[in-house]
Design a protein around this ligand. Sequence first.
Ligand code: CU
Length: 151
Amino acid sequence: MFHPPTLSWLWAGVMAMLVLDVPARADVIVHDLEFRAGIGDRPGIIFGRLTSDSTKPDRLIAVESPDARIELHTHEMRDNIMRMRRVEAFSLSPGTDLILKSGGHHLMVFDFVHHEHKTSLLLTFRFENAPAVTTEVVQGTDHKARNHKHR
Ligand SMILES: [Cu+2]
């Protein structure tokens, strides 16, 4: 005798399909961050490295901070002069780290208030696809800056 599948079995099947259909959201790892604060009211700069474990391209679309205003900048050659330019986003390619470095892509830090007690910056990296990453970077934590501080 034919037994139609019960509603609960149908639901179980539907749910299983839904679960299998949703691709795992790939994460971006933000590492090796360096924050060099500007002298006086000059803007600071942030370097680092972003690794995506996604198989699809993604984009870093914003970096937010409650402590400062952060812009995405790149360098480009124009009229034989290397200039900084603000951009809307940085591309993240599968299998290739996005490197923020001197002379290339970097983050520019505006309106950071220098404080005796406040030398760190809270950053939230926002992506087109990957979940946001919030992390903290301490001013001058890069080895060079640390080694060159004599006090
Ligand atoms: Cu810049």
